[in-house]
Design a binder for this molecule. Structure first.
Ligand SMILES: [Fe+2]
Length: 396
């Protein structure tokens, strides 16, 4: 019965290529054909495959990729040690491997952490730089071709110019931006997300949700971003409960991956602001905290606060809370709406649920200012260090 259901979904789900800043191949079971096409265009003979420890294997993406490379007689080496919330030192190690192997193309198979690491490695290798140079603000001159095989429906990194890296010595987690960070080609195949564990299913889609909420309310928002954000949010609210209950629901995975892609294009155009700024500080301090979980904990209160100051910037919420009048005194309704989303997926929106207490707040605020002032500047209302500190104390 399940196979029949999936087969029906496969017929219903369209495959397409989105010509954005790069070519993004999208559709169920398109991995092999897309990869064959891309490898032939690139005419490459040596590939460095970058993955994390498990998901590339568990999803089947690694085997499926290797099979295509073998069929095309392409040599490859594989590094499999990128961790979540990727660190500068691991990216430097991958770069060293790249320098010794001298690949013509990099294939990144993973979620945001793996693809972001591959973005900085391909750029640093081409530009004869170290990762730390890029981290300190030097712009790379180009990159070797990068093919991103995406395994999660959250980061949107397959469609954007950002790479988020943490310097573990200072705990500073930065969203680096460069025109060269767009992967040369991206592959979004929902069949590769069917094995995402239940908690990652929720956290990654909550990441996409906050990409939509923040990009559509930042000072860089536009009608284009808002229409994409609303479509993405509708799909997350409709299909996340289904994928959370039944991870093998391919139709739900298809639309969540599509929603995440739209979220990536939203942040590429209009960025994020307060929630991502503070979350980068939290997961910089505690790399064991998944990014989407951090967002689910702090997002409701922070967005509620911004809504209380500039409710008219949140027109998109009217699509989901129809009688919202966009008045300051409704900020608790917006906060409760987002709290309900977090709680639905087992997240208690309190810092204590992450093992963080009052003693950590000064450091979180300091790291927010040091690493993400550029994002705070995109918040549609003025928000001070003291404001952030007060909100975080209320969230303990
Ligand atoms: Fe994010």
């Amino acid at each position: 019965m399940l196979i029949e259901k999936n087969a029906a979904s496969l017929k219903m789900n369209e495959s397409f290529t989105l010509r954005y800043r790069n070519d993004i191949y999208f559709g169920s079971n398109i991995l092999e054909d897309s990869l064959r096409e891309v490898m032939k265009v690139l005419k490459c003979r040596r590939v460095l495959i970058i993955t994390g420890k498990k998901s590339a294997k568990i999803s089947g993406a690694l085997d499926r990729t290797v099979k295509v490379l073998q069929e095309l007689n392409i040599d490859y080496e594989h590094v499999d040690y990128v961790l979540p919330n990727p660190s500068l030192s691991i990216a430097e190690q991958v770069l060293d491997r790249c320098i010794s192997y001298k690949p013509e193309t990099i294939i990144a198979i993973g979620g945001g952490s793996v693809i972001d690491t591959a973005k900085v490695v391909s750029a640093a290798y081409f530009s004869n730089m170290r990762i730390i140079d890029i981290f300190r603000g030097e712009q790379p001159k180009g990159k070797i071709p990068l093919v991103a095989v995406n395994l999660t429906h959250g980061s949107g990194t397959e469609a954007d110019r950002y790479a988020v890296i943490t310097d573990e010595s200072t705990r500073i987690k930065k969203g680096l931006a460069s025109e060269v960070f767009y992967p040369t080609y991206s592959i979004d195949d929902p069949t590769l997300t069917l094995t995402l564990p239940r908690n990652q299913t929720a956290y990654t889609s909550i990441d996409a949700l906050y990409h939509c909420i923040e990009s559509s309310s930042s000072i860089m928002s536009s009608p284009f971003t808002r229409v994409l954000a609303v479509d993405s949010m509708f799909k997350i609210f409709e299909y996340l409960p289904r994928a959370y209950i039944d991870g093998s629901d391919l139709e739900a995975r298809y639309w969540l991956l599509y929603a995440s892609l739209l979220g990536g294009i939203c942040i590429d155009n209009s960025r994020t602001h307060i929630v991502h700024a503070v979350e980068h500080a939290i997961s910089g301090l505690r790399p064991d905290i998944p990014h989407g979980l951090g967002l689910a904990v702090i997002g409701p209160r922070l967005i509620g606060y911004v809504y209380s100051k500039v409710p008219d910037k949140f027109l998109i919420f009217r699509e989901f809370i129809p009688d919202l009048k966009l008045r300051s005194d409704e900020h608790r309704r917006v906060e409760f709406f987002l709290k309900y989303v977090s709680e639905q997926y087992g997240v208690e929106p309190r810092l204590s649920s992450l093992g963080l207490g009052k003693d950590d707040i000064k450091q979180i605020v300091r790291l927010t200012i040091e690493s993400s002032s550029h994002l705070l500047a995109l918040c549609p209302c003025k928000i001070t260090e003291e404001d952030i500190e007060k909100i975080l104390f209320e969230l303990v």
